[in-house]
Design a protein around this ligand. Sequence first.
Ligand code: AMP
Length: 489
Amino acid sequence: MNLTHPFLDRDGDKLREECGVFGVIGAKDAASMAALGLHALQHRGQEACGMTSFDGKDFFARRGLGHVAQVFGNAESIAELPGHMASGHVRYSTTGGSGLRNVQPLFADLASGGFSIAHNGNISNAMSLKRELVRRGAIFQSTSDTEVIIHLVATSRYPTLLDRFVDALRMVEGAYSLICMTDEGMIACRDPLGIRPLVMGRIGDAIVFASESVALDVIGAELVRSIEPGELVQVDHKGTISSHRPFGNHNQRPCIFEHVYFSRPDSTLDGKSVYMVRKQIGAELAKESPADADLVIPVPDSGVPAAIGYAQESGVPFELGIIRSHYVGRTFIQPSDGARNADVKRKHNANRPLVEGKRIVLIDDSIVRGTTSLKIVQMMRDAGAAEVHMRIASPPTSNSCFYGVDTPERSKLLAAKMDVKAMAEFIHADSLSFVSIDGLYRAVGEAGRSAKCPQFCDACFTGDYPTRLTDLSERDTPDLLTLPVNKVA
Ligand code: AMP
């Protein structure tokens, strides 16, 4: 992720921060396993990827802009990464020539030996930590918040690397699922609230860590369990596993948006099937917001499981009224509004013979800027739909995420600007409804959102951020972190 200033325009080139991490130790062909694992995590970040390996003596690294298949899709690239331990990262990157220096895993030679780190999440006090580190003489190589952790580890006075690592993390606020490699082995760790996911698996004698269980499936590894919030798991080169809980007890707050959109539907998150949760959100939506309609139509692919749940609950038939081209990336990765609009048209096409003359319920997982909904509703009307009722399988997204999901700044979120009635008019829908926050919690298997102890991070829907947002209060100080490296004092 990038060190981001929350008040910068999130469409600027500094603000892309969705990632996936993967690590394997004890495997003969660690790098090729990691390449496959990263490929299964491609949906978490499509602009750059990297890998570090260790052969018992030396560390090796390869990083590149582009998809995993482009950067690690041939034998030569894997041959550059020998050894039985490898870790990797997929991400949205900054655009432009400086992008590569932020591509992870980041690597440093510390006094204790090599240290590689791959991070999913976002550190919400990174700028204030960096400012202090720079003041004390640290020289940063990247604009990534993750590099802050490296400097904190390097300057900690504790005797062992594990203690220095924990000491560093105690200073960090926000979201982090980390996979680190040292001369001694691999460390995987999840922040005390468990905001971003991380799982552990096993294949033969090898131990695997990944953002999502789907990355274990692809290499034939079995899912052992989720890394617990606040847990740090260390695996040495003999395969000895030790678990540490250095941060005490916290109420865990995993990101609920992973269930709504971000994770792949064939993953399980903290023991729950993402697909089943999404179907259940659709069922809750049908109970809360029925519609008099002939067909339930998903916005593919993100709305499909919820639409199945909506159709099954309501008894209205499910049909594919929109066909998706699989040869375009996700809408968000394009840099400007103009490009995003063009993308919607390239990506989706109406199934006109089905839709013509019908009253339809359109299901999508979320409305962010409203770009997709506006285009899709119009597409259905152009195809002859008699009525278009939009149903959204999440509550209105009215707050930005500071924990590693790419959302625009608040002023660009449709739900931050308008109430639901005005949003319906804006997207030209005959009706519009969102699932309630309690309905969403019920779908994930919880009783509802208790004001005292919400069980998830749902800040994008409620504005209830589970950590301090220290960097927000720094908005008036000069921003060292977004200056080009050669201009940082
Ligand atoms: P928008 O067109 O801006 O309203 O965005 C809504 C669409 O983008 C929905 O179809 C979602 O599936 C998708 N979406 C929601 N959140 C994200 C995200 N963080 N990154 C990429 N796509 C997203």
